[in-house]
Design a protein around this ligand. Sequence first.
Ligand SMILES: Cc1ncc(COP(=O)(O)O)c(C=O)c1O
Length: 376
Amino acid sequence: MLPIIQNQPPPNVIDLGLGDPPLSLLPLELIRDSAQRQLARDDRSFLQYGAEQGDGHFLHVLADFLTRGYGFEAQPESLFVTNGISKSLDLICTLFTQAGDTIFVEEPTYFLALKIFADHRLNVISIDMDENGLDLAALTATLAKYRPKFLYLIPTFHNPNGTTLSQERRDRLVQLAKEHDFLIVADEVYHLLSYSEQPPKSFAYHTESENVLSLGSFSKLLAPGLRLGWLQAHPNTIKPFTACGLLDSGGGLNPFTSAMICDLIESGGLQGNINRLIENYRSRLRVLDSALQQHLPQLRYQIPHGGYFLWLALPEHIRSNDLRQKAPAFHVDFRPGTLFSSRKGLENYMRLCFIHYEEQEINEGVRRLRECLLEA
Ligand SMILES: Cc1ncc(COP(=O)(O)O)c(C=O)c1O
């Protein structure tokens, strides 16, 4: 049998590391209604090769949505429709780098981005973080030794460590990018999923600078299977994307899905779905937090203000990779810290995700994790 979805854990395992939304929260009804309305119209244009930057009407609708969501004006000319953040990263590497070039990432970082950078044979250097995100002193010291093509960071509700980069650091980072002539590639996939404090401004705010790219996606706001996202940048920075061979041949990315999502944004369905997810995820975060307080009070972590993940520091003597080898016997799983390190560090950390399971399974998963840790 060929698998039908990615990353499916064995049926008896509670995989607290899994970062995918649960099937029950993927909004089939909303998408069905929008698709039915769109397909009933007498308009065939979305079945044709699409405009390179994205359909003009969709770009306006998306800009209005982002203006409301981010709290400052988004311009349609600064938007480029993508197949999601993974494809955006791949295109950025294709267009702005060559094999052997140096790029900077955070330590820790989103592990699957590391794989994309490896596909492009890039030299990855990681910069330390603290509880306020990227450590700019460490960045400045590393800039004295290397000239990176870009810095990839997850500034808001970070995957895996949940941190958010302060406004002051964002502003300073934009200055540093100008001074040292590198691109900031801000992966803002969780920015609109905030459960308590509103985050500082998205990097889209800084796209008057040609050095800034802000990446967004509908994967976490609606459904990953849509493969639709956007990129915000100065119109001059967008030009290489719209002029590249991939778009010359295939046209704009995903005009069909854009048409369905356009209706979903205009009808208010997208905002309604985001509100529903926020309520739900906020309560799942509380459940995971109290289960950890009850069963594993010895583990240290910071409560994130949004996103999907908790990043736990294990007692000094425990290596999360060793612990993971024992986990199948307890029918539980998590993601070890080393996965998120490009220098084989972070050995005594683990990532848990609080959005995938319902209350009962979260509690049971943490109870199993406790058993597993008692063995360590
Ligand atoms: C930080 C981060 N970036 C990107 C992605 C993938 O985004 P997309 O589905 O838009 O390719 C994920 C998904 O887990 C993620 O956590």
